[in-house]
Design a protein around this ligand. Structure first.
Ligand SMILES: Cc1cc2nc3c(=O)[nH]c(=O)nc-3n(C[C@H](O)[C@H](O)[C@H](O)COP(=O)(O)OP(=O)(O)OC[C@H]3O[C@@H](n4cnc5c(N)ncnc54)[C@H](O)[C@@H]3O)c2cc1C
Length: 369
């Protein structure tokens, strides 16, 4: 049956769920101060990289990430159709390179683990790497090519999602949610108290507020796992005004630089997204000079040509992390209140899968699938 659904949060998770719920026939209202903008999703790199992201001991999460990646092509195509906007979905693959012999040994271990999980990944020599990406430093020690790890332009994606939501008639309420009240025993649905003092009712409520989720009042009995912020510094570099020419990178490049991880993700306009640090610093969003310096030094060690680019932006974002790094998607212990949060490093990658799971949770409206 079609339901009145309230979605709290305007990052990639809230917007994707709202759009797919409206497509499934629900009447959706989305509450967020500045949908698309004020979020980790706005600063993210947009890598869709389940294989490159493999972490030792997280095989079930890798399986989930691979399932997430498999949803992306269809999601991008239908979103572009629904919004009329290109989302910059790019299937050029990912190359991870090693800068010294220890980095090479670490990549070889990673490659063996990727193969043990059945992932497609190829060992490449230094000259094979440079044939794939000529702007790489000549001193690298080979790498791993993962043809199936793609990327999307996160900001184009968010713009397209907002547009698709508007086209579907979703109502946007540009406020914060202060507190949630569960559905009543008499059949009334859950409601939210808003920052302007008003209250909004619904049949179902979806909490998709990223690291803001645990700070919403009234969730003491919801049974949510801990969702903590993990800060990331990220840079955007671009060609100097008036400079044109072939893009510096034809695909995403990741690297181990004397044990530190770095990535450089190209955008169609020649911009490079360079990231990212992983820092446990609570909700602090300040940009630290030392973090920017480290990212620039490591990026320059991998692709010396970044020297010619301008530093367009240095930003930070907060990844919503759970204790086991796995997102939490499903009903809470509060009647009518569901959650989709805790996507940590993979919110972009998992958005299509999460939205599909939420539509299943709320049930599609008859005749509207
Ligand atoms: C530096 C960096 C790089 C990253 N790179 C990648 C990547 O390459 N690939 C990938 O898959 N993932 C990446 N991530 C992770 C990804 O960005 C997150 O997992 C994802 O953005 C989480 O989306 P979200 O919608 O849950 O939260 P957010 O994007 O943070 O959105 C939260 C939303 O909730 C709203 N909100 C908060 N509190 C309230 C409230 N009380 N009331 C109403 N609204 C509220 C906010 O305003 C915002 O709109 C990266 C993250 C960082 C920080």
């Amino acid at each position: 049956m079609a339901a009145r659904v309230l979605v709290v949060g305007g990052g990639v998770i809230g917007l994707s769920c709202a759009w797919r719920l409206a497509e499934a026939g629900h009447e959706v209202t989305l509450v967020a101060p500045d949908p698309g903008r004020d979020s980790a999703s706005w600063v993210a790199a947009g890598m869709l990289a389940p294989v490159t992201e493999v972490q030792f001991g997280e095989a079930p999460l890798t399986e989930l990430l691979r399932e997430g990646a498999a949803r992306w092509k269809e999601f991008a195509t239908s979103l572009e159709r629904a919004s009329g906007h290109d989302v910059g979905y790019d299937e050029s693959g990912t190359l991870t390179v090693a800068l010294d012999t220890s980095d090479r040994a670490a990549l070889d271990q990673l490659l063996a683990y990727q193969h043990s999980l059945g992932c497609t990944a190829h060992r490449r020599t230094a000259s094979e790497c440079r044939a794939l990406v000529p702007s790489l430093t000549p001193t690298l020690r080979g790498g791993i090519e993962v043809p199936g790890d793609h990327h999307v332009d996160n900001r184009a994606l968010l713009g397209a999602l907002v547009q698709a939501c508007r086209t579907k008639g979703i109502r946007f309420v540009p406020l914060s949610v202060e507190a949630v009240a569960a559905g009543g025993a008499g059949g009334g649905g859950p409601s939210v108290d808003l920052s302007d003092g008003s209250r909004l009712g619904s049949d179902h409520l979806l909490l998709a507020a990223g690291t803001g989720t645990p700070h919403i009042g009234g969730l003491g009995a919801a049974g949510l796992p801990e969702i903590r912020p993990v800060k990331g510094h990220i840079l955007r570099l671009g060609p100097a005004e008036g400079r044109t020419g072939p893009p510096l990178l034809p695909r995403t490049v990741r690297a181990l630089v004397h044990g530190r991880s770095i990535y450089l993700v190209p955008r169609p306009d020649g911009t490079l997204v360079v990231g990212a640090t992983m820092e446990e610093r609570g909700t602090d969003l300040g940009v630290r000079a030392g973090a920017v310096h480290e990212l620039l030094c490591d990026a320059r060690a991998v692709v010396p040509g970044i020297d010619e680019l301008e530093l367009l932006e240095a930003g930070t974002g907060l990844r919503p992390a759970t204790p086991d790094n796995t997102p939490v998607v499903g009903w809470t212990a509060l009647a009518g209140v569901a959650v989709a949060s805790g996507h940590f490093r993979n919110g972009m990658l998992l958005a299509p899968l999460t939205a599909a799971a939420v539509v299943d949770l709320f049930g599609a409206a008859p005749g509207d699938e």
